[in-house]
Write a protein that binds this ligand. Structure first.
Ligand SMILES: [Zn+2]
Length: 364
């Protein structure tokens, strides 16, 4: 028998696949159309695309090279930080570009070690107190060393507001990965990691408020082999939740806010149904009050299995801010920096920052 959690996980991943395969179908139809035109023009019998090759790689421009970061179009520029509560969308974008330039960042790779050093150094340069949490995860590919990095901003009381992002990327050779070349995870999850670095830059410089704010960069969100089998997912957030339960900190968490895939252009974030209702209400109400109704839309997204469940399963209020369903490059090698918008990062950063302010006022 499946527990409700397991069944929602299966459903959510199924949902992701359904959306993507529809999109691939459209591309395939488009590519086939052009292939047909080409054949008419050149009057050769052989199709210019092989059946498999007419998928994403042929239809969407991508170099898969992390080093060159194209400038985003002017329409995607971040507004001045003064218009977004001090959150600088351009800085968040620059942090994202830096993370993505390390290349594919699966757990225990050289690139993720460089990423960890970078996150650590940035947090310390902002004046954050940083805790590195090393651990070994039992994965289908063997015991794997991982690291969570937690910036801790002290509060005057016992409460903790937890902000979360994962910073690993899907490994090469994973069955879900589509396309050729490297998977550099610009939106998933470079964007939310860049956003949380900018969040840390701001919050670590502020005077203590009622609640502590912990900003956790967690490892190992992506599955190694199969998300739906043997808990092959969310290793870092499950470890963090277990450690906080053991230390007694978990019961002090007032709210957990997870950002994942927050940077795409045409930002349109639906309410994710596994999120705690009162907290999702607060985030969406805050977004509306800031004028972002078109970006944080009232439409509901089927429950998504993500790092927030490591906390909701333990009774902690948590919300997942994720723009998954309209992002066609999810788990494709076309999830590259040209898909990331400084403006989108500014909007989500503004909303999270303002939600934290609201929580500081409401929860002592
Ligand atoms: Zn992913």
């Amino acid at each position: 028998m499946l527990s409700s959690g397991a069944s929602s996980r299966a459903r959510s991943r199924g949902e992701r696949r359904t959306k993507l395969s529809r999109w691939h179908k459209l591309l395939w139809i488009g590519a086939s159309f052009f292939a047909a035109l080409h054949c008419v023009a050149c009057s050769h019998g052989a199709a210019p695309f092989s059946s498999a090759a007419s998928g994403t790689a042929g239809a969407v421009a991508s170099t898969g090279t992390p080093s060159a970061t194209p400038a985003p179009p002017a329409s995607e520029s971040a507004p001045p930080a003064s218009q977004t509560g001090g959150f600088d969308g351009q800085k968040a974008y620059d942090f994202t570009a830096k993370l993505v330039a390390f290349g594919p960042r699966p757990p225990a790779s050289d690139a993720i070690h460089h990423t960890q050093e970078y996150i650590d150094a940035q947090l310390r340069s902002f004046g954050c107190a940083v805790e590195d949490q090393d651990f070994h995860a039992q994965t289908p590919m063997g015991e794997t060393p991982m690291k969570n990095i937690v910036a801790k901003i002290p509060g005057t009381g016992q409460g903790i507001l937890l902000l979360l992002t994962h910073y690993d990327t899907l490994r090469k050779g994973h069955h879900e990965l589509k396309g050729t070349g490297d998977f550099v995870g610009a939106v998933d999850a470079g964007s939310s990691s860049g956003l949380m670095l900018e969040m840390a830059r701001i919050l670590c410089a502020q005077k203590p408020a009622a609640n502590s704010v912990w900003i956790a960069f967690v490892d190992g969100e992506e599955s190694f082999v199969d998300w739906n089998t043997d808990n092959d997912n969310t290793y870092g957030s499950r470890e963090l939740a277990a450690r906080m339960a053991a230390s007694g900190d978990l019961k002090h968490i007032r709210a957990a806010i997870l950002a994942d895939m927050v940077g795409p252009t045409n930002l349109r974030i639906k309410r994710e149904e596994n999120s705690t209702p009162w907290l999702a209400d607060l985030v969406w109400k805050t977004a509306a009050s800031l004028g972002y109704k078109d970006n944080f839309v009232s439409e509901r997204a089927t429950g998504i299995s993500d790092d927030h469940l490591s906390f909701t399963h333990r009774g902690v209020a948590a919300v997942d801010i994720i723009d998954l369903n309209d992002y066609p490059y999810w788990h494709t090698t076309d999830d590259t920096m040209d898909k990331v918008s400084p403006r989108s990062l500014a909007i989500v950063g503004h909303v999270i920052l303002e939600t934290v302010n609201e929580l500081q006022k409401k929860l002592h």
